[in-house]
Design a protein around this ligand. Structure first.
Ligand code: ATP
Length: 239
């Protein structure tokens, strides 16, 4: 049933030099869903995102996008196939304006539909429209995160992977960010959400994966994971 999965990782192993981080990891993202990947610090969540995006190669295993083998495709080609990653670092051009940062996100499209996309991003993030002429370096943490996400929406993406988007945000801004992620998903974009805020991330998600020591130790419907005593006790702070 590969063709029904938007993204699929099969028996992925990966690491840095001698240090193996991911061990034989498999999961799938179904078209249209929000999948949350949660787990403690150092579990390998960021490494997994890098492998899926093609920023580092796996030592074993394969990645499929809508059924097509993409394990050897470089990141920019994956982007061309509709897969985008907003990483923890955000990688904004601080000396450039908000609008210029957004336009940079659409460079591969040669200007095609640029105005339309910009409008869509400004609809989703009115704050970015207000601040479009300001240097990106002057934005607050929350606004910078919205800009990083907005930039990824400037190309024709089908899957958005978000690595700890709530990192560095004031807690009161997190629900707003998660609402935006829901809106993006409502627009038909499938989402992989990596989060330390396990409880909130699972509340937003359709399904969940729990990553520990480079392996998936639990996966299932997000609602079931939120009800699972073992998961609650070990990973959701016993709440
Ligand atoms: P965090 O929430 O802290 O980012 P994580 O679950 O995303 O954790 P990773 O960042 O993937 O975990 O890190 C997994 C392991 O890989 C850690 O032991 C980390 O020290 C190691 N690691 C991460 N990046 C590198 C790198 N560039 N070179 C060497 N080791 C790395």
């Amino acid at each position: 049933t590969s063709e029904r999965n938007a993204l699929e990782a099969n028996e992925i192993s990966a690491g840095y030099g001698e240090a193996q981080v991911l061990r034989d990891l498999s999961f799938e993202l179904q078209e249209g869903e929000i999948l949350s990947i949660v787990g403690p610090n150092g579990a390998g969540k960021t490494t997994l995102m890098r492998v899926l995006m093609g920023l580092i190669g796996p030592t074993n295993g394969s990645v499929r996008l809508y059924g097509d083998q993409i394990t050897d495709l470089p990141a920019h080609e994956r982007l061309g196939h509709g897969l985008a990653l907003v990483s923890e670092e955000r990688n904004l051009f601080r000396e450039m304006s908000v609008k210029e940062n957004l336009v940079m996100g659409s460079y591969s499209e040669r200007g095609k539909n640029r105005g339309e996309r910009l409008e869509r991003v400004f609809d989703l993030f009115p704050r970015l429209e207000e601040r479009q002429d300001q240097h990106a370096g002057t934005l607050s943490g929350g606004e910078a995160q919205m800009l990083a996400i907005g930039r990824s929406l400037m190309t024709d993406i089908r899957i958005l992977m978000l690595d700890e988007p709530s990192l560095g945000l004031a807690p009161k801004l997190v629900p707003e960010l998660f609402d935006k992620i829901r809106e993006i998903n409502d627009d038909g974009i499938s989402i992989v959400l990596v989060e330390q805020r396990a409880q909130e991330a699972l509340q937003l998600a359709d399904s969940g994966c729990l990553l520990e020591n480079g392996a998936i130790v639990h996966r299932g419907a997000a609602a079931e994971m939120l009800d699972d005593e073992d998961v609650i006790e070990k990973y959701l702070g016993g709440a």
